[in-house]
Design a protein around this ligand. Structure first.
Ligand SMILES: [Cu+2]
Length: 126
């Protein structure tokens, strides 16, 4: 009986705590935050897809697998430079903070066609 009374009186406090936790959760999640994950493969001498299109403002995760040998990817406009070990899916992550068209290319010499191994990141304004 006493236990039941204690529990009943604790209920408003519990609800208050839950409410506060929920408020914090909402505050930490900006309404427009987006995340886009895109699978990419790298092989002599091309990235697939070669043109990657995303919306401005969101976080981009490229999960890139070098299929035939080690490669690399660099996207200078967004400070991305990553070694890609053969057969290991590797995630590079950045915020597509500005609209435009930006080059990316292989950053690890991989043969005669290395300098042609490149692509384009298109960031659409919104
Ligand atoms: Cu390469």
């Amino acid at each position: 009986m006493i236990l039941a009374k204690v529990r009943a009186s604790a209920l408003p406090g519990i609800f208050l705590i839950l409410f506060l936790l929920a408020s914090v959760g909402v505050a930490q999640t900006p309404a427009r935050a987006t995340l886009v994950r895109i699978q990419v493969t790298a092989r002599k001498y091309t990235f697939n897809p070669e043109v990657i299109t995303v919306n401005a403002g969101g976080r981009v995760e490229l999960i890139i697998t070098a299929v035939d040998r080690d490669h690399g990817i660099t996207i200078p406009a967004f400070g991305v430079k990553q070694y890609l070990k053969k057969g290991v899916p590797t995630t590079v992550s950045f915020i597509a903070s500005k609209p435009g068209s930006f080059a990316f290319h292989c950053s690890v010499f991989c043969g005669m066609g290395h300098r042609h191994m490149k692509g384009k990141l298109v960031v659409r304004a919104r």
